[in-house]
Ligand binder design. Structure first.
Ligand SMILES: Cc1ncc(COP(=O)(O)O)c(C=O)c1O
Length: 442
């Protein structure tokens, strides 16, 4: 269907995720097509994709290489069971991912989403310690304002209050949280990694002192926190987390569902920032979002410990009907081929200077209290409207959409994360549109 008026009659059946359903249904925003950097809305107007969909269409929309791979795959092998049986591309896809992961993280477990990747990584951490005879290490440490998807594991280690509070009685036990790293009194308008805040990682020492290292399995953080409103890691912060976790035998998990696949100008944030965790969760850009896909990259030694703890039979009682689904592995292989052939990670890095300058051009715009950026991600934080947090950013989002630019917002922060194929003129268009819209918003 392409007509919102027609659709309005039967919108009631769909319960939309993370959406103000009643508001949306009274003013629907509907997309019909996508190609390259642009969506076409059902009313025919073009919308420049300033957010790569939901941080996921890193190679741009409608890539023929992916369409051909999916068409071929659907014809040849639509599905293969993932337990005790496999298909060739599941191994090729694992190898292709391992090839671009940090050295040592070369064992790949397939999932279908970021949430599943997070729950998988947390379970691997627990299984690892049990396999090495430290089954009492069951505590998981997340961080305030962290977003790790919507599974019970993910919301337990996550730190976004509205995502947790309705379910607070049944969250995982034994979870603690590091403080978040956002502080505008020190870091406002930082370009790249802010100078202040490495010491916030030292709070992990206090958490360890409280619970004792012997009870802690893993620490999970987003290297750059996206969904909470773009929090850039302070210089030295992730290094300290790495040093402390390593010293105490605690696994470090980087949730790279947003930062993986070129977003920061390298295959992973880990590579970009020079800090190697023990596990990396990924999804989104792994398949250019053409079909749902996700994975966890695991340090070989962690994998081997779990595998070798069992003398025969299934070593890890975990997996999904659609782990390494043939359509997903086809999309993953085609997507990774595009990233490589088109040099998109290097392109993202090369464009990050123009992007940074354009973003920071908004520092003096009306309502703006902070601009922050890294790679091809920018956060523009607005002063909240009195008594109506989020309302101003929501209005900016809607007006930008009407003016042909898709942005995202969380709270009062506008997030920009375009496909890595973006051109300079399109970067300018995003931030000029934002500047124009900010003038018109109270
Ligand atoms: C860091 C991070 N982890 C996990 C997720 C959850 O991914 P999904 O929505 O595919 O379950 C997201 C989604 O935005 C994310 O940003």
């Amino acid at each position: 269907m392409s007509d919102t008026a027609t659709l309005a009659t039967d919108m009631s059946n769909l319960w939309m995720p993370f959406t103000a359903n009643r508001q949306f249904k009274s003013h629907p925003r509907m997309l019909a097509k996508a190609k390259g950097m642009y969506y076409t809305a059902t009313d025919g107007h073009q919308v420049l994709d300033g957010t790569a969909g939901l941080w996921c269409v890193n190679a741009g929309h409608g890539r023929p290489e992916i369409i051909e791979a999916l068409t071929r795959q659907a014809t040849e092998l639509d599905y293969a069971p993932s337990f005790q049986i496999s298909h060739e591309d599941s191994f090729h896809a694992a190898t292709a991912i391992a090839d671009i992961m940090p050295a040592g993280l070369d064992r790949i477990f397939f999932t279908n989403s970021g949430s599943e990747s997070v729950d998988t990584a947390l379970k691997i951490a627990l299984a690892y310690h049990r396999a090495r005879g430290e089954g009492q290490r069951t505590r998981l440490i997340g961080r305030e304002r962290g977003y790790h998807g919507v599974g019970f594991g993910g919301i337990s280690v996550g730190g976004i209050a509205p995502n947790r509070k309705v379910f607070s009685g049944v969250l995982l036990p034994g979870v603690d949280h590091l403080p978040h790293t956002h502080d505008l009194s020190h870091n406002a308008n930082s370009r790249g990694q802010p100078a202040w805040g490495a010491h916030l990682a030292d709070e992990l020492e206090n958490i360890i002192a409280l619970h004792d290292a012997s009870t802690i399995a893993a620490v999970i953080v987003e290297p750059l926190a996206g969904s909470t409103g773009v929090l850039i890691p302070p210089k030295g912060y992730l290094e300290r987390l790495r040093e402390i976790t390593e010293r105490h035998g605690i696994l470090l998990i980087f949730d790279e569902v947003i930062t993986g696949f070129g977003r920061l100008g390298a295959a992973t944030a880990s590579e970009c920032l020079g800090v190697t965790p023990d596990l990396i969760t990924m999804a989104k850009g792994i398949s250019n979002a053409a079909v749902p896909a996700g994975a966890v990259a695991v340090k070989r030694q962690v994998h081997d410990t779990i595998i070798e703890a069992t003398s025969s039979g299934i070593e890890f009682f975990h997996g999904y009907t659609y782990s390494a689904h043939p359509m997903a592995t086809a999309a993953v292989l085609a997507t990774l081929g595009i990233y490589k052939n088109d040099g998109l990670f290097a392109r993202a890095k090369a464009k990050s200077g123009v992007f940074e300058n354009a973003a920071h051009g908004l520092e003096t715009a009306r309502h703006v209290i902070d601009v922050r950026n890294l790679g091809l991600v920018a956060g523009i934080e607005l002063e909240p409207r009195k008594g109506a947090p989020g309302a101003r950013a929501s209005e900016v989002f809607a007006k930008c959409f009407d003016k042909g630019v898709m942005v995202r917002y969380t709270g009062d922060t506008i997030a920009i994360s375009p496909p890595l194929i973006i051109e300079d003129a399109q970067i300018a268009q995003i931030f000029e549109t934002l500047a124009d819209v900010l003038k018109t918003v109270d």
